[in-house]
Design a protein around this ligand. Structure first.
Ligand code: HAM
Length: 424
């Protein structure tokens, strides 16, 4: 019997993992430059965290959550996103009392019951940051710049930053009314699923990807007209700081984002190379979430980006990913195997990456060494052993020398510039 995997999940195979490591390591390095620390929250939370967090009117809450009852009758949910969970953790441990502002990042799997397609999975992986406790427009600009630089550091530059503001709590009903008024005359011409949103969540109509809907929305007045002067000032300061940092952006009046916690600035980083799922990174300000989850009022700003979609972008730029090992050992008989096994284990103690072939087939072992991109190959057979010598091949420069067996470790350490005291 052979097993398949659940729809919308995938195995990340060894040949692809280098890209994942590169993305994760680039992110970790940059987060440390920007002084963010890692936080790890559970893979599942009490359902209420997300009900109150992402909003009961949101599509994410209504259609996409993996919610189940455990054997004790508790309602639990596989985390569909990180912001609500990080905010819950901040409140629970009073992290904001120890560090304010609090700058956190996370890397891990998330779960959404969505229709799977290219770039959209039911288990996907996100890297996110949350800058909590700072209301200044500088914080918005700093975090957007961090997101932009992250993709730049990966060599992905063909991206657009779309930005908008949805204002504060006061503006929300005014904006909703504005959208409703504008669409009311043509409502029956719009698809049924859009008509359904009209009363429930009219803001979501704005960022519909449906072209027929977009045609109606095109003539709508800018929702930012409904914002308070304070919100307008905040938004223009963010744009000014982005200009100062030379981060290119486009103000997109219909950008509102799907999660209900957003207030003020919202943004997305978009690529033309991702097909229908063109957003690689999304985020914004969420000044009310901490209070809504029962904590103190803490303004915050953050983003999340999908690792799967970032891998697709790396594939698009055809970035070369070759892995290699330092030494491949080829012993051609039992005694040589004992000797090279000993040498290999010594070298691994100095962080030199090694592999050994246990079969006596020289030709097939050399093929394996090439496949692994070995920088050096060591061969010992009966003849070499009798002379107490090893063949030492430099596979990069195509040179070859004979090295006394009892000096092999020393010669290799010298070759790799490793100090004998550097044993790990
Ligand atoms: P989001 O826009 O829902 O925001 O997700 C952020 C990113 O996660 C997306 O741009 C996309 O790259 C990736 N993503 C989302 N769903 C999927 C999926 N089904 N398959 C593959 N990739 C996916 C949030 O989750 C917010 N928590 C971001 C945030 C942090 N806002 C403030 N702080």
């Amino acid at each position: 019997m052979s097993f398949s995997i659940p729809r919308g999940t995938q195995d990340i195979l060894p040949e692809d993992i280098t890209k994942w490591h590169l993305i994760e390591q680039t992110a970790r390095n940059l987060f440390s430059t920007y002084n963010f620390s890692e936080i790890r929250t559970p893979i599942f939370e009490n359902t209420d965290v997300f009900a109150r967090g992402v909003g009961e009117k949101s599509e994410l809450f209504n259609k996409e959550m993996y919610t189940f009852e455990d054997k004790g009758g508790r309602s639990l949910t596989l985390r569909p996103e990180g912001t609500a969970a990080v905010t819950r953790s901040n409140i629970m441990h009073s992290l904001y009392k120890r560090m304010n502002p609090l700058k956190l990042y996370y890397i891990g799997p998330f779960f959404r019951y969505e229709r799977p397609q290219a770039g959209r999975y039911r288990q996907f992986h996100q890297i996110g940051v949350e800058y909590i406790g700072e209301s200044s427009a500088y914080a918005d600009a700093e975090v957007i710049a961090l997101g932009y630089h992250l993709f730049e550091s990966l060599g992905i530059s063909d991206l657009k930053v779309h930005i908008n503001s949805v204002g504060c709590k006061v503006a929300r009903p005014v904006i909703e009314e504005m959208v409703k008024q504008f669409l009311s005359n043509n409502l029956n011409k719009l698809p049924q699923y859009i008509q359904d949103k009209f009363n429930e969540n009219p803001l979501r109509i704005l960022d519909s990807k449906d072209e027929s809907v977009q045609a109606y929305i095109a003539g709508m007045p800018d929702i930012k007209e409904a914002l308070t002067q304070e919100s307008k000032d905040h938004f223009f300061s963010v744009l000014q700081h982005l200009d100062e940092m030379q981060i290119p952006y486009e103000v997109t009046n219909t950008l509102v984002r799907g999660l209900e916690y957003y207030t003020e600035t919202v943004f997305e980083i978009i690529s033309d190379h991702l097909g229908a799922q063109s957003t690689v990174c999304g985020g914004g300000r969420y000044n009310n979430l901490s209070k809504e989850l029962g904590g103190p009022s803490l303004p915050a700003f953050g983003f999340g980006f999908g690792i799967e979609r970032t891998v697709m972008l790396l594939d698009h730029i055809n970035k070369e990913f070759t892995t290699s090992i330092d030494i491949y050992f080829i012993p051609l008989d039992t005694l040589s195997r004992d000797l090279l096994f000993y040498v290999m284990n010594k070298l691994r103690g100095y962080n030199i990456s090694c592999e050994i072939g246990y079969s006596d087939q020289l030709k097939s072992q050399l093929k394996k060494a090439n496949k692994l991109n070995a920088k050096r190959v060591v061969i010992i057979g009966e003849d070499e052993r009798e002379q107490k010598l090893a063949q030492y091949k430099d596979m990069i420069n195509r040179t070859h020398e004979m090295v006394p067996c009892d000096q092999l470790v020393e010669v290799i350490l010298n070759d790799f510039d490793v100090n004998e005291l550097a044993k790990v």
